[in-house]
Every structure is written in C-alpha cells, then in structure tokens.
Design a protein around this ligand. Sequence first.
Ligand code: FMN
Length: 367
Amino acid sequence: MAKETRKRKSDHIKISLTQNVQARKTTTGFEDIHFVHKALPEINKQKIVLSTTVFGHKFAAPLIVGAITGGTVEATKINATIAEAVEELGLGMGVGSQRAAIEDEKLEKTFAIARKKAPTAFLIANIGGVQLVNGYGVKEVKKAIEMIEADAFAIHLNPLQEAIQPEGQTNFEGVLGKIGEVARELDKPVIVKETGAGIAAEEAKKLEDAGVKGIDVSGAGGTSWAAVEYHRAKRHEKNFQHRLGYVFWDWGIPTATSLVEVTQTVGIPVIASGGIRDGVNAAKALALGANLTSLSQPVLHAAVKGVEETKNVLSLLIEEMRNVMFLVGADSIQNLHNVSLVIRGKTAEWLRIRGFDTERYARKWRN
Ligand SMILES: Cc1cc2nc3c(=O)[nH]c(=O)nc-3n(C[C@H](O)[C@H](O)[C@H](O)COP(=O)(O)O)c2cc1C
C-alpha cells in the first residue's frame, strides 16, 4: 500500500480514538421512538431468546460489529481482537475496506486474521462503491471475499467522506450499475452500506431492484466522517477541507428515520447502524424492522483495550436488549418486531412529510 494510504488509515484510527468525531447537532432520532411499557409482560426474563437467523446464518443475538479497519499492523490487532470477541459471543463483524490488500498482497494478513480468530462467526468483506466505478469488478470482489472466507460482501457508499477528504474520489457515475453487476454474479449476499449519512427510500428501492441482498442504513447521529476529515484537515492545515468538514459535520439522514424509510420500502434484510450506543436503541431499531444492529466506534475504543473489554461492551448491549424485551413482553426477536412503538417529534414529522405511515407501529397491539 502506498505510504500515504497507510498514513491515512492510521490517521482515521488515531483521530477516531482521540478526537470527538460524533455528530454534534444531528441525533439518531431514536429519542423520538418510544416503547410502550408493559406492566404485565407475561414472560420469564430467563427464557428470552435473542438468537436470530439472517442471511441464512444463526446469530446468538442480532448484533454485529460494523466495518472499521485493515491494512496496517495496528489494524491487524484490532481485527484480531474484534474477531475473537465476536467468535466467543456468536456474533459477526465486517472488516474495513480491503482495497489496500487487493493492491498489495502483503497486506492480506491484516484482514485474514479475522477468519483465523473467528472460524465460525459471520464475516463481511468490504470494498468502496467508488472502487467499482474506478475499475474494480467481480475479480477483485472475489479476491476480497476469499481473503477472509467471507459469508457476505459489503459495498460501502461514502460520498460525504470522498467529497471532503483532499484525496477523495468524487466520480460516482454508474455506481448503481456496477453494484448490480457484482450482486448478480456473486453467490454470496451483497450488502450495501452507508458510512454514517444514511440511505433514503428511493435509493433502497434501486438497490433492491439491482439484486442487492441486504442494506445497512448507517445513518447520521453517530460517527461523522465529515468530523474525521475535519480533524485530519486541521492537522495538515488544509483550510478548505477543514471548513468543509465543519460545515458538513452533521450531514445525513438520522439512523431511525433512514431505518423506517428503508424497512417500509424493501423486503430484504436491513441492518441498523450509525450511533447505536446501547441496547435500548438497538431494540428500538429491531422493533422498527431491522434484522440486525451494528456499531463501530464504541467497539474500536474497546478493541484497543483488549478482547475482554470488547466482549464486555457487546455483552452489555445484548443484556440491555434482553431487558427491553422483558419490559415489552417479547420473548423472541420475532416478537420484538411486533411490539407497539410510538414515533413522535422531528422523526415523525420527517416521515409524515415524506409520506410514510408512522401510526402503523403504534397500532400493532390491535393485531
Ligand atoms: C475508524 C473507522 C473506520 C471505518 N472504516 C470503514 C470502512 O473501511 N468501510 C466501511 O464500510 N465503513 C467504515 N466505517 C464506518 C462504520 O462501518 C459505520 O458505518 C459508521 O462508523 C457508523 O457507525 P457508528 O456510529 O457505530 O460508528 C469506519 C468507521 C470508523 C469509526
């Protein structure tokens, strides 16, 4: 990998670990989603089952770690730690963009370590949509999949980051067509994910029509790539990017909003990510129709401390989900999908203006 790319990757990790890169004004919207507490849960908390099958794989709980890294020595350790944790907990994880290792085989081990440490966990390979526009095709994608013996392949969309970073690639012409080509040719499920700015209903529909098998909304309200680039620009005194990063810090569709848009539009599995920080919000995402939830930033912070800390962060989230399920009387993930929710505030207003039904969630108890 070119020295600059390695430096950039390591800057992303360093900045994410030491600076505030979370959305400031935009919130996920989960604060507008309310469960209806059940004083008569009529279930035994000890008997609640969180396991769920998505993409034909059984997860011990509907939780995965979103794509973070690869390509450097430090990234190898992070991938190894996360992989060990998700293997022990029966979850899944995505690796970061594998472009570096596709271009330089010496770096394959920085990603392959994930499969080594997680022989049975659900692993997701990763490449940027913009790479497909710039010459990557089925051959490179297959290489990425084989590198980690992946169960699925994620194509990430990051127009916000590309627009702000100085070395950004901003030609996205034809990206949907390329995604469709890859989705049709592969025998593994292709997931399209955003990276913190969300996916709208119209985009979700196009992706489903193109043959994509899963969508990770990765909405706004959590990690902001504009913020990461703001900090990078500051370090390197690139004034224009610094201002762009500042102005676009809170850009994007909030996670809960994006989730409703997407789940009401497509029939393929949906992953909720972007600012999921506790089991209550994760459970809200599932009740809104997500099949899996995912988080990155908190796991990165835990992963540099070790496997136990990483397992701890993930286990707490799972126990919090279980607690919510008890309090709404849902003893399975299937039943959690069917509990009543009230959507209020700015999230309800956005969805109403965009033509989505928000009251259907509140009426579920009548079914
Ligand atoms: C340091 C860092 C590196 C990331 N690198 C990638 C990547 O290579 N590919 C990708 O699809 N997403 C990448 N992401 C985005 C995450 O997968 C996720 O979509 C985003 O961080 C929102 O989730 P969060 O709010 O829980 O962090 C990265 C996130 C972080 C924090």
